[in-house]
Design a binder for this molecule. Structure first.
Ligand SMILES: [Zn+2]
Length: 259
């Protein structure tokens, strides 16, 4: 059976090159299938989709296609709010929490650096990772389209860039995090919120120069790592500054494209 499908221009870069410049694609299906499977047969994970119209009516991912259906597929509107309810995602997330895949591992450090609740498990299979995302109610960040196609993952984003600072900018823009960040409030190793600690209590663990020049310290109650505003923090502040700059430039380009 034949259907007609058109992807919004923001989604087209994800299509195979031969489809990228087509406003409308005539597609033949071997059997009756769900709209989710039909869209994903074009290699676009359902996590990227914001709305689907079939013959001008909004449908959810379970809709079974009929011969002659005309389909319009749109991306999520940026900034994406995973805590809001929608037809495609009827169970909104209670909080913003990310689960970072190993193929974008540096993002876990950067997201924790800006205070975002961020889980990371390097040794899980794709199916275990997907289950964890559902159990812990996380947004999955990955470059793996196969992982994001899994039905159990409701909230996720296919990271486009291969550069970690750009990836941070991408997540900042996509989820509108710029006003929600709380830099240096979490342990970058454990994801725990840091607690202030008196200098006297940790005096013996400090290097002589750190002891001499710094007064304010915090620590992680799990790994006991001590944090202070030293040179490692300056490097991270620089990364955050660059990411925010990229975010501003992209959002400027995005708004002018939308108009
Ligand atoms: Zn820790």
């Amino acid at each position: 059976m034949e259907i007609t499908i058109s992807f919004h221009e923001m989604l087209r870069p994800l299509l195979a090159t031969s489809f990228r410049h087509q406003n409308t694609i005539i597609h033949t299906l071997g059997r009756r299938t769900s709209i989710k499977d039909a869209i994903e047969s074009f290699d676009i994970p359902h996590t990227e989709i914001g709305s689907i119209l079939v013959n001008r009516n909004a449908v959810d991912f379970s809709y079974l296609l009929c011969p002659g259906d005309r389909i319009q597929v749109s991306p999520l509107a940026i900034p994406v709010d995973p805590c809001g309810e929608s037809l495609l995602r009827p169970t909104p997330l209670p909080h913003l929490r990310f689960l970072v895949d190993v193929n974008v591992a540096k993002l876990r450090t950067y997201l924790r650096m800006i205070g975002m609740d961020t889980l990371y498990e390097a040794d899980l299979t794709d199916s275990e990772l997907a289950r964890l995302a559902a159990q812990k109610q996380c947004i999955v960040l990955s470059r793996d389209r196969g992982l994001l196609r899994r039905k159990i993952i409701e909230h996720g984003h296919l990271i486009r860039s291969q550069n970690p600072t750009e990836q941070l900018a991408e997540v900042l823009s996509y989820y509108g995090l710029q006003n929600k960040i709380n830099p240096f409030s979490r342990c970058i190793h454990c994801n725990n919120l840091l607690q202030p600690v008196a200098k006297q209590e940790i005096m013996n663990d400090l290097e002589p120069l750190t002891k001499k020049y710094y007064e304010d310290f915090s620590h992680c109650s799990t790994c006991k790592k001590i944090y202070w505003p030293g040179s490692h923090r300056e490097g991270m502040e620089q990364t955050l500054k660059q990411a925010l700059q990229m975010h501003m430039e992209w959002m400027g380009a995005y708004s002018s494209r939308k108009e």
